[in-house]
Write a protein that binds this ligand. Structure first.
Ligand code: UDP
Ligand code: MG
Length: 326
């Protein structure tokens, strides 16, 4: 079996309690390959996560880091990670180590069978019931009802051919949704069951609002069926409305029935409007494709000037910038 070059990518948002352990565990698994790096993406942490990462980097030449100017979200973080990963394969980890780093070897073995992506599927997922139900529910709706192809149960623990990952995150089909974009581009992918453990330190970053928004991104970003269905429903309502009007004017329906019918029609109209608005947001996002999804405040690797908040074509640290400015 060849020993491939691997970037271990670790997005971190306020993970001061976990990041040291993550560094040690991931590093100890990673060094069994010859050509490796650890790439931390600090997604605008405010709790000392970046300072910890800089501490590792000062001692360890394998550690690279990028730090965002604010919290831009996990999708932005892994998009930057795939862009700046320098090895042919990238394994994405979670800083809380819910997906155990030693499982990476099985992902590597699997991908070398001839895939571009292997997604880990958490066996016996150790997250709250509403998270498990939410993932299963929205992925089922997406794949069964909306015809969206995606690896069911895929988590963000995955190994990806870095060049393909860059295509996926660059394509920005109006919404960053990695697991639905990879199949759309023709990436060869499969899934692999891996073990999972509860978060021990720090806080999970997902609340119900974020989860709901994420599901809607998938539905609206990759399918027009909700709009088609609602238009069908609207047409049915118009027909029903005409019939009700006819019946009312013939004196066969009272004011209470007519009022109830108009309430239902009103509700359908509002739903249709809300869904149409989501699609409008989608169009606006496509138009905003030239706008960068994140800005980098500091890093210890060269960063494209348009993605660096201070515009330098560096490697740079914030201290250098202040020195140069004064
Ligand atoms: N994360 C991030 N930016 C965010 C939210 C999360 O980089 O805005 C990182 C987080 O630090 C962790 C990973 O994404 O390394 C997964 O987050 P979390 O453990 O909260 O997700 P869950 O395991 O609950 O799905
Ligand atoms: Mg987690």
């Amino acid at each position: 079996m060849p020993r491939p070059g691997i970037t271990a990518m670790i997005p971190c948002y306020n993970e001061a309690d976990c990041v040291e352990r993550a560094y040690r565990e991931i590093r100890s698994e990673l060094v069994s390959y010859d050509d490796v790096e650890l790439l931390f993406i600090d997604d605008g942490s405010t709790d000392g996560t970046l300072e910890a990462i800089k501490g590792f980097a000062a001692e360890d030449p394998l550690v690279k880091y990028i730090s965002f100017a604010r919290n831009f979200g996990l999708e932005a973080a892994f998009s930057a990670g795939f862009k700046y990963a320098s090895k042919p394969w990238t394994v994405q980890f979670d800083a809380d180590l819910q997906s155990p780093p030693h499982e990476m070897h099985r992902l590597v073995q699997k991908v070398l069978e001839g895939y571009d992506v292997v997604f880990a599927v958490r066996e016996d997922r150790r997250d709250p019931w509403y998270r498990r139900l939410g993932t299963r529910g929205h992925q089922m709706i997406a794949s069964r009802w909306l015809g969206i192809e995606l690896p069911l149960g895929a988590s963000v623990f995955r190994i990806v051919r870095t060049s393909v990952a860059r295509k996926v995150v660059d394509s920005r089909l109006s919404t960053p949704y990695f697991i639905a974009t990879a199949p759309l581009l023709g990436a060869r992918y499969t899934t692999l069951p891996t073990s999972h453990r509860p978060r021990v330190d720090g806080q999970g970053k997902w609340n119900l609002r974020k989860l709901f928004g994420h599901a809607l991104e998938l539905f609206v970003g990759f399918s027009f069926r909700p709009l088609v269905w609602l238009n069908g429903l609207a047409a049915a309502m118009v027909t029903a409305g005409i019939v009700i009007l006819g019946l009312a004017s013939a004196g066969r329906l009272g004011p209470a029935e007519v009022a109830a019918a108009s309430l239902v029609t009103g509700l359908v109209t509002l739903t249709l409007l809300a869904v149409a608005a989501r699609y409008l947001v989608r169009v606006m996002r496509v138009q905003a494709i030239g706008v960068p999804r994140y800005q980098i405040r500091e890093a210890n690797i060269p960063i494209r000037a348009d993605e660096a908040l201070y515009g330098h074509e560096t490697p740079y640290a914030i201290a250098d910038i202040w020195e140069n400015a004064s």
